[in-house]
Design a protein around this ligand. Structure first.
Ligand SMILES: Cc1ncc(C[n+]2csc(CCOP(=O)(O)OP(=O)(O)O)c2C)c(N)n1
Length: 277
């Protein structure tokens, strides 16, 4: 996809995420909306995946470690043809295939179960190392939240990624500056995150997480450097919690209830946006 197509894809992911929320009328809308642009780039341009073969060993893999943002991944997978639009009504429904936190046993296209924060990057390291040992030329991607980095297991996994020179692994930090109960800087500051990731042995980019072209360039250039240096890649995505959804952006709430009217007004606003490159 070119830049304009990616912008439109990101908008469609946002709209489809909001459509899915029409059934439960509650959920983690802020954390879902902040990752729509990186999902658009990954599934629109970067990842080698096939909706008709979601378990193909040679596919690239994504671990959505901040598993509560599942609705945005479900919207992406739905738009890519992994499942029907009707299935979106199963979001957050007991016994449904779209649980509030991602589950690889329930949803076609979901590569890893997540929700207990802090564990996903370890799983991504294992997938990347396993694929390399199996001789597969795949890439593994992982999205963690900034609040999620409070969990020490992430930092153990970072040591592992650098030690094993996992140049087939990309870590995205969705740095929306907020977590469940406040600002990340107030709860547990990450300090100079870029310097930390570099010190841990990552090729590191610190970018606007809502600019699809910038994200795509960071992945392309970053992966080139990572392979050359035998290092994993980290991309800090500076984002806004709730991006594109005014009522979620306004409060920054982590989990919220909303009305059908609020969703419809936001969808109409997003659909009226015209992008130029
Ligand atoms: C181990 C663990 N502790 C606590 C929670 C509850 N919890 C869910 S989301 C969240 C905040 C996460 O913040 P962040 O990673 O910044 O997510 P975002 O703001 O991007 O939604 C917390 C504490 C959890 N899911 N797992």
């Amino acid at each position: 996809m070119d830049t304009l197509q990616l912008q439109n894809f990101a908008r469609d992911i946002r709209v489809t995420t909001l459509e899915a929320f029409k059934t439960p009328l509650f959920g983690h809308i802020g954390g879902a909306m902040s990752i729509c642009d990186v999902l658009a780039v990954l599934y629109g341009s970067v990842m080698n995946v096939d909706a008709a073969n979601p378990l193909l060993a040679t596919r690239d893999k994504l671990v959505l470690s901040k598993g509560h943002a599942g609705p945005a991944l479900y919207a992406t997978l739905c738009l890519k043809g992994y499942f029907s639009r009707e299935m979106l009504t199963e979001l957050n429904q007991g016994g449904g295939r779209l649980p509030s936190h991602v589950d690889r046993t329930k949803t076609p296209g979901v590569d890893m179960t997540a929700g207990s924060l802090g564990q996903g990057f370890s799983a991504a390291c294992g997938i990347a190392l396993g694929d390399r040992i199996s001789g597969l030329a795949t890439k593994t991607y992982c999205i963690v939240g900034d609040g999620e980095l409070d969990e020490g297991q992430n930092w153990e996994a970072m040591l592992f990624a650098a030690h094993y020179k996992l140049d087939n692994l990309t870590l995205f930090v969705d740095y929306n500056k907020r977590q469940l109960d406040g600002y990340t800087d107030d709860v547990m500051s990450l300090g100079d995150l870029r310097a930390k990731l570099e010190a841990f042995g990552f090729v590191t980019f610190n970018i606007d997480g809502h600019n699809v072209k910038t994200i795509q360039n960071a992945i392309t250039r970053g992966q080139e450097q990572a392979v050359k240096l035998g290092k994993p890649l980290a991309v800090i995505l500076n984002t806004v919690k709730g991006k594109g959804c005014d009522f979620a952006e306004a409060t920054g709430d982590h989990h919220m209830t909303f009305t059908l009217e609020q969703l419809e007004t936001t969808i109409a606003k997003l659909q009226s946006e015209v992008y130029t490159v």
